[in-house]
Design a protein around this ligand. Structure first.
Ligand SMILES: *[C@@H]1O[C@H](CO)[C@@H](O)[C@H](O)[C@H]1NC(C)=O
Ligand SMILES: *[C@@H]1O[C@H](CO)[C@@H](O)[C@H](O)[C@H]1NC(C)=O
Ligand SMILES: *[C@@H]1O[C@H](CO)[C@@H](O)[C@H](O)[C@H]1NC(C)=O
Length: 217
């Protein structure tokens, strides 16, 4: 009787031990997971505090519009834009691998130009500025509706055109010897550009430059 009882008891305690061990493992696992998550968070916070990563800054420094005519649903344009890209980071360098600029008038795209391709990509060190430029020249069939033609004629009378520029970047960051994966920020610039008429040099461009652009990651 006593034997049977102790046997039963043994089984019961054995069962108890298994269950508590299982609970204990789960509990250890949870504690470990929480610790890892906290550690990861702390590492990220420390990384941000030390590296202080910041986006680059982008400005239009010069805009020269020498032709902007819309006749027979065709836009003839000739425009040179100069930009400055600035890296405000204290620790990070930036590789500019690719920059494509698209220009819009009245919501319609009329030109796109590769300002930088991967072959002439360059590295910008911390706290440095570099120029970039785009030459937009040619013609494009644009179907402006009556309202848009009205806006065009208004702009034409004043001699100042609202031109919207979108730039598509492919960049990488450099920290010490390590290089990040690719980022694809977009940049938007709104420009009021005056036409430089060949016979009136004073009427060059009125817009106060540089114009700061929006950089969106
Ligand atoms: C526009 O089209 C009309 C008719 O096709 C033509 O007579 C005229 O010369 C064209 N204008 C320009 C600036 O191309
Ligand atoms: C503006 O860009 C054009 C075209 O690339 C270049 O020839 C010119 O030197 C640039 N001007 C300035 C002031 O950077
Ligand atoms: C140039 O254009 C401006 C604005 O239309 C005008 O006030 C000025 O008299 C012109 N200057 C010359 C030399 O034609």
């Amino acid at each position: 009787m006593a034997d049977k009882y102790s046997q039963l008891n043994g089984v019961r305690t054995g069962y108890h031990r298994d269950r508590s061990c299982c609970c204990c493992l789960i509990s250890i696992f949870w504690k470990l997971l929480v610790a890892l998550v906290v550690l990861f968070g702390v590492i990220i916070v420390i990384f941000y505090l030390i590296v202080q990563p910041r986006s680059f800054k982008f400005y239009v420094t010069k805009a020269e519009l020498t032709q902007f005519d819309y006749t027979n649903n065709t836009l003839h344009y000739n425009m040179v834009l100069n930009f400055t890209a600035h890296n405000p980071n204290k620790k990070l360098g930036i590789y500019y691998d690719n920059v494509e600029a698209r220009t819009f008038y009245e919501g319609s795209r009329f030109a796109n130009v590769d300002m930088i391709t991967y072959k002439n990509s360059f590295r910008q060190d911390k706290k440095k500025s570099d120029p970039m430029s785009g030459v937009f020249s040619g013609q494009r069939i644009l179907m402006l509706d009556n309202d848009q033609v009205y806006e065009f004629n208004k702009d034409k009378n004043v001699g100042v055109y609202d031109i919207h520029i979108k730039l598509y970047f492919i960049i990488r960051f450099k920290l010490g010897d390590s290089i990040s994966h690719k980022y694809k920020p977009k940049v938007k610039c709104d420009l009021k550009t005056a036409l430089r008429s060949s016979n009136n040099a004073t009427f060059t461009f009125t817009r106060i430059l540089p114009t700061k652009c929006d950089v969106l990651f």
